[in-house]
Ligand binder design. Structure first.
Ligand SMILES: [Zn+2]
Ligand SMILES: [Zn+2]
Length: 310
């Protein structure tokens, strides 16, 4: 082996994250008296390596709630130094069943099992969630067979889930944490939700995917944090591709512009606004911020990046 190649191997061995080598960097204990939000993935369907698929974690003490499960979700949990062993996820909430929001669901189900989960994983989502989860677990039937019957000695039944389909209203209420599904309008989706999370004296509202929603605005009244999707209004125009002529029409029916989000945040009187899941169309952070200001929101605004904490 050449010296250079040897040096490379040594260097890459040092770069192997401890989790892959078998020992996760110690998870950072989460405070019980506060709710922490971690943006695990702020991306879109475009596979941008710096923005994983949509997923947001909210922790309250040792409870860990996931909202959406985009591509990369479990690795991002580890990157955020959240626990990944022993089935740490209290429940997964799905805003809707668009693939970019659910591509990591099999990862959450099966990686948590391989990492020692014993109990069924609660998954709460719109109608269609049960069918999706049943199909995912059926797709991995051979994996389940080999891991449980073979030398891996997989925990029997540790891969199981407990799905609850909801159409809105209180989706979780236990020991001081209340999570409410807010039906929102996401184009032709029959069911799509934002979520209002009340925990440790804080109110956190996630928009999910939605055009400007009066229901979400009401749910966000006075919220400490509103995390909303957005696109820059000034950039919206027909695109030069098949179907591109209806792009503006699609965006207005399915999504919310920076101006619209600014208007909603101002009317709701939220204390802080975080934008994520951005369809930028070339728009810069400054343009998005200007859009929010044009909409009338003058409070603090953050353009969310993966692993930001609030
Ligand atoms: Zn969507
Ligand atoms: Zn989306």
């Amino acid at each position: 082996m050449s010296r250079t190649r040897h040096a490379c191997l040594v260097a890459s061995a040092l770069l192997v994250p401890p989790a892959i080598a078998g020992a996760q960097a110690a998870p950072v204990p989460q405070r019980a008296d506060t709710a922490t939000v971690i943006l695990l993935g702020t991306g879109m369907p475009y596979p941008d390596p710096s923005a994983q698929g949509p997923a947001t974690a909210v922790t309250v003490g040792d409870r860990l709630f996931l909202f959406d499960a985009g591509a990369g979700v479990v690795r991002q949990m580890n990157a955020a130094r959240l626990p990944v062993r022993g089935g740490p996820v209290t429940a997964v909430f799905l805003t809707h069943l668009h693939s970019d929001h659910t591509l990591g669901l099999a990862d959450v189900i099966f990686t948590s099992w391989v990492m020692g989960r014993r109990r069924p994983l609660p998954i709460i989502g719109p109608p269609g969630t049960r069918a999706m989860v049943d199909h995912l677990t059926a797709a991995y039937a051979e994996d389940i067979e080999v891991r449980t019957k073979g030398l891996e000695r997989g925990i029997p039944d540790g891969w199981r889930t407990r799905v609850r389909e909801v159409t809105g209203g209180v989706a979780y209420d236990s020991a001081g944490v209340r999570i409410i599904a807010i039906p929102v309008e996401h184009g032709s989706w029959k069911h799509a939700f934002g979520f209002r999370i009340e925990a440790a004296g804080k109110v956190i509202v996630l928009s999910g995917d939605t055009r400007p929603s009066a229901a979400l605005e009401r749910a966000a009244a006075g919220a400490d944090l509103l995390i909303h999707e957005a696109y820059p209004a000034v950039r919206l125009q027909p695109e030069d591709r098949p179907g591109g002529e209806v792009w503006p029409q699609y965006m207005r029916a399915f999504h919310a512009s920076d101006e619209e989000v600014g208007r909603l945040a101002a009317r709701a009187g939220v204390k802080r606004l975080v934008l994520h899941h951005l369809v930028r169309m070339g728009g810069t952070d400054a343009e998005l911020l200007e859009g929010v200001r044009r909409g009338g929101f003058l409070g603090p605004v953050v353009i969310g990046k993966d692993l930001d904490r609030f």
